[in-house]
Structure formats: C-alpha cells, structure tokens
Write a protein that binds this ligand. Sequence first.
Ligand code: GDP
Ligand code: MG
Length: 436
Amino acid sequence: LKNKISEALHVFKGDSKITEINIASSLKKIGNALIDADVNYKIVRNFIHKIQEKSIGKKVLTSLNPKQLITKIVYDELVLLMGKKNVEMDLSKNPSIILICGLQGSGKTSFSSKLAFFLTKKNKFPLLVSVDIHRPAAVDQLKLIAKKVNIPVFSLEKSKNVIEIIDQSILYAFKNKRNIIIIDTAGRLAIDQIMMEEIQRINQHSKPNEILFVVDSMTGQDAINTAQSFSKKLNLDGIVITKLDGDNRGGVAITISSIVKKPIKFISNGEKIEDLEVFHPDRIANRILGMGDIVSLVEKVQEQFDEKRTRKIYQKISKNSFDFNDLLYQIQKIKKIGNIKNIISMIPGIDKYFSFDGDHKNSFKKIESIIYSMTPYERIHPKVFSDVKRKKRISKGSGITLSHIDLFMKQFYDMSKIVKKIHAHSGKETIKNLLY
Ligand code: GDP
Ligand code: MG
C-alpha cells in the first residue's frame, strides 16, 4: 500500500501546480492502491472525491510544491478516516472491567494477555479471566502466556456458568488487589445466536467499562461484516485489529473505523507479548504514506506561517512596499522551523531573489545583521539606500563588507521590481505563482 501510494504521488514531481490533469492519474492510482488494500470501494470513492475537491484550485499560501501539498491532503484525509485521534480506555473504576469479544481465532486470547502486560507497564494490576467454558484448552493457553509475564489468571475449571466465573473473579480481584479485570471470552468461527446471546449475558452481568472487539485484519471484508454484527448487539467501546504483521494490506483499519464508527484502540502486529501498539491514526497514516517527513514539514510550515501576515506580504510586494522589516520577519520564521535547507524554497521572496552562499544559516545571519544595523526609518524606506553613505554606515555597524551590502540591496530591489512588473502585466495570479 505504502509503495503504491508514494508512487502515485510521484506523478507530481516537477509540476508546479495541481491541475485536474495531473491529479487525475495520481488519484486513480491512489484509489486502486486502497482498493487493493481492502478498503471498501465506497470509502475509496468518497476519499478520492474529497481529495480532488480539496486540491484543485487550492490557494497555496506557502510555497509547498504540489507533491508536498497533495501528500498532506491525502494524509489529513486518511487520519480523518481512521478517527483523527487515539481514544483512550476508560479505566476509572476499581476494578475496571474490560470485556474482550470477537470470533474464534481473531486473537482474543493473545490480545488479552498482551493488554494485561501493557497495563502492568502502566502500573496497573490486571487479572485475566477466561470464560471460555466450551474449550478447556483455552484456559490453559491463557495461563501459559500469562505465567511468563507473571500475571494471574482466574478460572473455574469445573464451572460451566460464565456468570459464576465472573462473580468469583471480581471477588478474587478485590481480595488480591487487582484493579483491572480482563475477560477473555469464547468465540465461534462465525456469528451465531448462541455466541451472541452468551456475550450479551456476560455484558449485562459484568457491566464492563470497556468492550473491545478483536478482529483479524487478514479476513478482509469479513472483518467489517463481523464488526458490524457485533456492533449491533453490543455497544462497543473500541476495536482491536490483529495480525497487522502478516502480509495483509492494512486497509481494514481504514474501512472498519469509518463503517463501524467506533475507535480503533489497539493494533497487534506479532505473536510476542509485546507486539501491541496503541492505535494512533496519524502514525498509521504516516506508515501508509511513508512520507512522515513531508507531512511534518508541511505542518511546521503551516504553523509558522500566519496566513494573514503572508497575504499582507503579497500585497506589500505588489505595491512595492515590501520592506526590511518584512524580510526580517520571514527570516525569523524560517529559523524557527529548523531544517533550513528543506524549507528555504518555501519562503516567498527569499530563495528566488537572494543567493545564499552555501551555508544558509550564515547567510541569514548576514542579512539579519545588515537589517539590525538599520534605523527604524531605513527599514521601512528601502529606497534611502541609494545613498552610499548610509550603506557605509551599515557596513561598519554590521561588519559586513560594502560589496556584500551592495549585493544584498540589489537582490532586494530586483525582487520588488520583478514582482511589480509581473503584477502590472498579468495580475495577481502570476504573482502567486512566482512567489509561491
Ligand atoms: P482467539 O481464538 O480469538 O482467542 O485467538 P488467539 O489469541 O488464540 O489467536 C489465534 C492465533 O493467532 C494464535 O496462533 C496467535 O498466536 C495468532 N495471533 C494473534 N494475534 C496475532 C498477531 O498480531 N500477529 C500474528 N502473527 N499472530 C497473531
Ligand atoms: Mg481464545
């Protein structure tokens, strides 16, 4: 999935604008990649439609290139599809009860012990309870895993009464100071009445804080159907997706949260007890796109660039009133973002007009010291520097050679002139293209 989507986004390389033509083929590829990854086609259709809407004609205030911009739009949409944020479990009661449900083989028993292990690391004292009265081996399986990590398992070997087992386990928890009870239930191979009635009975009796539904990601569309069936009978608090380490396609995560409308809380990606992850939509979206650096770059740029201020700068440039204070403001913004090399090209007016001699940090320093040596009046009246005496004074004050100051002034005037010319000829749009 990851490779296919990044390939699809590569289409934009070198383009300077998102157009209906260049986006169409890319979106088609993204759509196919998602369908291949088991994302429901209706969701894919909506997804593509939304991205198209958001991208075409998008007014870009920072000079992100189309590939960066599309990556961010796709990423945001993916995060939205997967529920935006991680939803934490509610474990406020003592003891809190977590009910685990799902089909046989989905990974309930493994997940129960993984969750218990996860909670011990959070300074909780979990108790595992097996109510699988149909398969005695199920209890043994749970005990075997839990023993390795020293977590107690409660079971009543001879009881065939799930309600009795639960009541006894709660007593046991109180006596042994366990503050979380994880109930691992029996599953069947397919949804059937007996299983659903049993789980409903357990639910009504134990009144869990959390009902987590476990689903095997390898089962594709079936996973969605099963989730829907469980969701109709039980008020699920969250979904756990297992076996994401297999060579499956991860699309289940996208489809399930948008169809069932319940948050995914954990993902399991291996057989070992520590192979459990708290689900974070943003991290998964990053993994799917494999472009975490672009996304965080775009975010940083968006954070630093106040759109209003940037718009003002456009206007100032086009009216030829862009001054040294504006330039200083921009340089300071860039410095906050950090990795200067990457973002230098995103700043209006900077990379295109000011040549930097290799080391950007140093070049900024030069420009800054030049501007700092100016009087407030000079900063907002760039024209006064036609006077050589002023330049000499700045040179002394900043320690920058006169020839460097001349070069800087020339670049600064060139920028304003070119922009003004273009503005006169062909209107605002071109200015945007030139600057951004
Ligand atoms: P249950 O019937 O729902 O209790 O399912 P189990 O917990 O017994 O798991 C069924 C099988 O799936 C076992 O062989 C597990 O080791 C395996 N399994 C569970 N979760 C994962 C996972 O995230 N990755 C992999 N590779 N195997 C898993
Ligand atoms: Mg089991």
